[in-house]
Write a protein that binds this ligand. Structure first.
Ligand code: HEM
Length: 218
């Protein structure tokens, strides 16, 4: 057995993306947003871009539900699109935001990649699923509490519902279970390595969205 085979896949994917996680966490946009150097308009723009990403992730959920690799990860309690829409209704003061909304170029590329792997490569979809949802369950909670404070949203209320997983009573237990699913992924080592690479790509796509948002805010 190689060292890689002996390492649980959940550990492998976390460790391999650690550096990029630090970069995403310390991106200028996140720093400015959470540090209060950007207004609520930037928070709204970020939420808008997330809406495109989650529509891509969740628009394919039905199709992948029975897939042996991606299927076990498709859990309705994770779905974020409805929460994002409630947040956007609030952030746009009830106005009709859908018609005018456009993805930034980096968001368009990100959503296109999610849809591409969802079509051709379920393992690649798992990489994107992990990068977003496990992040939302983890650091997302820090983003939520900071945004509540900075922008005056009600605790776990309109504006930050995206970060509130009503159907997950115990996030720590849920994450443990999620990591067991990763460890049990029916994929041989070369495929696991490809999934790790796709996770790094997912992080890079997120960082590119932050850069577009930072530029748009400037
Ligand atoms: C200000 C921004 C961020 C903060 C403060 C933050 C913070 C954290 C923290 C504290 C954890 C560890 C939680 C735990 O051990 O249970 C975590 C995990 C994670 N974060 Fe972030 N994060 C941020 C941004 C992001 C971004 C932009 C992404 C990717 C889109 C991301 C993806 C992840 C993932 C996938 C994990 C799970 C790692 C694992 O346990 O396998 N995070 N984050």
């Amino acid at each position: 057995m190689t060292v890689l085979e002996a390492t649980p896949f959940s550990t492998l994917i976390r460790d391999a993306s650690h550096q990029q996680h630090t970069e995403a966490e310390n991106s200028a946009f996140m720093g400015d947003l959470l540090g209060g150097r950007l207004g609520v308009g930037a928070f709204r723009s970020y939420t808008e871009q997330l809406w495109f990403v989650y529509r891509a992730l969740e628009g394919v959920a039905d199709r992948l539900a029975d897939d042996p690799v991606a299927g076990p990860f498709i859990r309705p309690e994770l779905f974020r699109t409805t929460a994002l829409e409630r947040d956007l209704d609030h952030l746009h003061d009830g106005g009709d935001w859908r018609a005018a909304l456009r993805p930034l170029p980096a968001t368009e590329a990100y959503a296109a990649r999610v849809m591409e792997v969802a079509r051709d490569w379920p393992g690649g979809y798992v990489a994107h699923h992990y990068t977003r949802y496990l992040g939302d369950l983890s650091g997302g909670q820090i983003i939520r509490s900071t945004a509540e404070r900075r922008y005056g949203f009600a605790r776990k209320g309109d504006g930050v519902r995206f970060y509130v997983f009503e159907g997950i009573a115990n996030p720590a237990a849920f994450k443990r279970e999620y990591r067991s699913l990763l460890d049990a992924l029916p994929a041989p080592e070369p495929e696991r390595l490809r999934i790790v690479d796709e996770c790094k790509r997912a992080f890079a796509l997120n960082t590119a969205v932050f850069m577009d948002l930072e530029n748009a805010a400037a």
